[in-house]
Design a protein around this ligand. Structure first.
Ligand code: XMP
Length: 305
C-alpha cells in the first residue's frame, strides 16, 4: 500500500509542474478514479482545470445530480447533457465492441467540443494500474484509456494515478475528503449501463437496467461486493396479472474482487434474492424474470459486454 499523504503531495506537485500556467481538462465520469484525479488536479491548479461531466444517459440512478452537488465547489465544472445523442449513436448497434466504439466516439465528440472551447493544453486522466494492464492485453477497448489523447491536440497528458490499485485510489479519495458516495462507490464501467444490456440499447432497456441496478445495489450492500448490479439479457415469457407477457430477463450479478481482473460470484441467501426478484418484477412492468449469475471471472467477465 502506498503512503497516501506522500502520494498526494507528489501527485499535486507533478500536476502543478505539468500544467504550469496552461489550461487543463479532465473527463469526470463520477467514478472513483476520475473523481479522485479531478480532485487532485483541482487542488493543484484550481480553475485552470475544467472538469467535464458528460451525461450519456447511461449513468446510474441519481448519479448526475450527485456529481453536480459533490463537485459544486469547482467553479469550472461543465456538465454536458447528451443523452439523446448517445441513444441515437447506439440505435441498431448490437455487437459488443461496436457498442463500445459508438459510445467512445460520441464521448470523444462531446469532450472535444468542450476542450476546443476551453483551449485546453493538458489532458488529465484517471487511469489506474489495472486499466493499463488490461489495455495492453487488448482484453477489451477501455475508452477511458484510448481515444481522448488523439481527439484533440493536447500538448501533454498527465496520469497521476497510473501506478495505483483501486483500493489505494479509495484511500486517496477519502484523504482528499471526497464524499463517501464517491469514495466508497462500486466501480462503474466507462460505457455505463450499455455494457449491462445484451444487444441493442434502447431507452426502455436502459431504464430497466438503471432501476434494477438501484434495487440490487441497495439490497446487496451488506455483502460488501466489489460490484453488484443488474443486467438486461433478452426476453422470455412470463405471466403478469392475467396476461402472458414477453418481458425482459434481468440478471443479478454480485462479485468480490481486488482489482477486477479476476472475480468470484458471491453466495447470496435465498430470501435476499427473492426480495430482489419481487421488487424488480413488481416495480418494472416490462420485466418477467430475474436470474442470478453464479459464474466467476474467468470464465465470465464481470460485465456482460
Ligand atoms: P470485465 O467486465 O472486463 O470488467 O470483467 C472488469 C472491470 O472493469 C470495469 N469495466 C470498465 N471500466 N471502462 C471502464 O472504465 C470500460 O470500458 C470497462 N469495461 C469494464 C468493470 O465494471 C469491472 O470493474
Amino acid at each position: 500500500m502506498v503512503d497516501v499523504d506522500q502520494f498526494i503531495t507528489d501527485a499535486v506537485a507533478e500536476l502543478e509542474a505539468e500544467v504550469g500556467d496552461d489550461d487543463a481538462i479532465i473527463a469526470l465520469s463520477g467514478g472513483v478514479d476520475s473523481s479522485t484525479a479531478a480532485a487532485l488536479a483541482y487542488e493543484a491548479v484550481g480553475d485552470q482545470l475544467t472538469p467535464v461531466y458528460v451525461d450519456t444517459g447511461l449513468m446510474r440512478k441519481g448519479e448526475t445530480e450527485e456529481i453536480r452537488e459533490t463537485f459544486a465547489y469547482m467553479d469550472s465544472l461543465r456538465i454536458v447533457e447528451a443523452e439523446d445523442r448517445f441513444l441515437g449513436a447506439l440505435e441498431g448497434v448490437t455487437d459488443p465492441e461496436a457498442k463500445r466504439h459508438a459510445i467512445g466516439e460520441q464521448f470523444i465528440r462531446e469532450f472535444e467540443t468542450v476542450a476546443r472551447e476551453e483551449g485546453a493544453d493538458v489532458l488529465v486522466q484517471g487511469t489506474i494500474y489495472p486499466d493499463r494492464i488490461e489495455s495492453e492485453g487488448t482484453i477489451k477497448s477501455h475508452h477511458n484509456v484510448g481515444g481522448l489523447p488523439d481527439a484533440v491536440d493536447f500538448d501533454r497528458i498527465v496520469e497521476p494515478m497510473r501506478d495505483l490499485y483501486k483500493d489505494e485510489v479509495r484511500e486517496v479519495a477519502r484523504e482528499l475528503g471526497l464524499d463517501a458516495i464517491i469514495s466508497e462507490r462500486m466501480p462503474f464501467p466507462g460505457p455505463g449501463l450499455a455494457v449491462r444490456i445484451v444487444g441493442e440499447v434502447t431507452a426502455e432497456k436502459v431504464e430497466v437496467a438503471r432501476e434494477a441496478t438501484h434495487v440490487v445495489e441497495a439490497e446487496l450492500e451488506e455483502y460488501d461486493p466489489w460490484q453488484a448490479f443488474a443486467a438486461v439479457l433478452g426476453r422470455a415469457t412470463g405471466v403478469k396479472g392475467d396476461n402472458r407477457v414477453h418481458g425482459h430477463v434481468v440478471a443479478v450479478r454480485s462479485v468480490e474482487s481486488r482489482d477486477g481482473m479476476t472475480a468470484r460470484a458471491q453466495e447470496i441467501d435465498w430470501e435476499t434474492l427473492q426480495r430482489i426478484q419481487s421488487r424488480v418484477t413488481g416495480q418494472l412492468e416490462t420485466v418477467s424474470r430475474v436470474v442470478y449469475d453464479v459464474t466467476h471471472k474467468p470464465p465470465a467477465t464481470i460485465e456482460y459486454e
